[in-house]
Design a protein around this ligand. Structure first.
Ligand code: GLU
Length: 327
């Protein structure tokens, strides 16, 4: 599939780049639209090049047509980009090369253990994500020196140490992947890289210097840092992990909170400027705008006035959007 670049704006500092990295596993909703819009606005404010990267490796969950729909929705909201990365699924060679290198360095190993076997060794699932910790005691006695895509999961040898970084929004972090997930998977038994490996390899080869995403991926930043260290990638991107949008029950925005897809509001005739105005209110814009263009959002956004608290999407917000609809 050919992905057209849409950006009219030549980047001012071509050495700096960010990416919009949607996973086409479902339609864009108000929560991920907010993250993308903030990412886009920061890029346009600071002259970062924007790479659109469709993360389509989660094949069982990728539905036909969702890639085109995601691009259409981003464009409808007023976002653009300077470059399109190839679909991740188009060529797995760069990820295989990373695995080969990690194997040569003795940093990865295959494991055919079942979820239950891993869980029995590790105790309760990691409370935030439901992920199961792979305990170091489950590593094989001898680590391989070659990578073999043999239908098993391959895992990283995770050092028992904190990963420190200064998040551009959340501040100083000290995260222990060895305590949360242990030896996490880099290659899956389906013969594909895991999200963690694919993102690390792509951020490096696409020269991404600024990563903006939801704070549900804060722990992943530490994991991706460990992968970079293991492969020998020296430069770390600057991370900005943003608060999430939640429903009134405090849970992450999802189907249970009603239809919060951007396309749902669009189908009801709600203008993009109304959706952007709600996102702007969530980002601490002064004066509670009734309507706002993407360009005005980009010029008005300031991380200094954005609350570090998660945002709650209320039934009143839903009505406020629909009030502006024509259908
Ligand atoms: N594709 C991921 C998502 O849509 C984002 C990954 C990232 O920003 O690192 O959740």
């Amino acid at each position: 599939m050919q992905l057209p670049p849409t950006g009219p704006t030549p980047p001012e500092s071509p050495a700096l780049a960010t990416r919009l990295a949607p996973s086409p596993t479902g339609a864009l909703h108000l929560g991920n639209a907010r993250t993308f819009l903030v990412n886009w606005a920061l890029a346009r404010q600071n002259g970062w090049k924007i790479v659109l990267r469709i993360e389509d490796l989660d094949t069982p969950r990728i539905k036909p047509g969702v890639i085109e729909q995601t691009i259409d929705t981003l464009t409808w909201l007023g976002m653009d980009w300077d470059e399109c990365a190839p679909l991740q699924s188009a060529d797995l060679a760069p990820y295989r090369e990373a695995m080969t290198k990690l194997a040569e360095l003795g940093r990865v190993f295959p494991s055919a253990l079942t979820r239950k076997e891993i869980a029995d060794a590790a105790g309760a699932p990691h409370e935030d994500s439901g992920e199961i910790r792979f305990d170091a005691s489950l590593r094989p006695g001898t680590l391989p020196t070659t990578f073999d895509d043999d239908g098993t999961n391959w895992r990283l040898v995770v050092p028992d140490e904190a990963v420190h970084f200064n998040d551009g929004f959340m501040g100083e972090q000290a995260i222990y992947p060895s305590k949360s997930v242990g030896d996490f998977a880099l290659w899956t038994q389906r013969g594909q890289p895991s999200y963690q490996l694919a993102v690390t390899v792509d951020d490096d080869r696409q020269n991404i210097t600024h990563v903006v995403r939801g704070c549900d991926l804060l722990d992943s930043a530490a994991r991706q840092t460990l992968i970079r260290r293991a492969i020998g990638i020296v430069a770390d991107p600057v991370y900005y992990h943003l608060p999430l949008v939640r429903g009134i029950d405090g849970r992450r925005l999802a189907k249970r909170h009603g239809d919060t897809r951007i396309d749902h509001y669009r189908e009801k005739g709600v203008p993009a400027e109304r959706v952007i105005a709600l996102i702007a209110r969530w980002c601490g814009f002064a004066g509670n705008p009734e309507t706002l263009s993407a360009a005005d959002f980009a010029s008005g956004l300031s991380l200094d006035t954005m609350s570090a608290e998660d945002v709650t999407f209320t039934p009143e917000d839903d009505r406020w959007l629909l009030d502006a609809g024509s259908r």
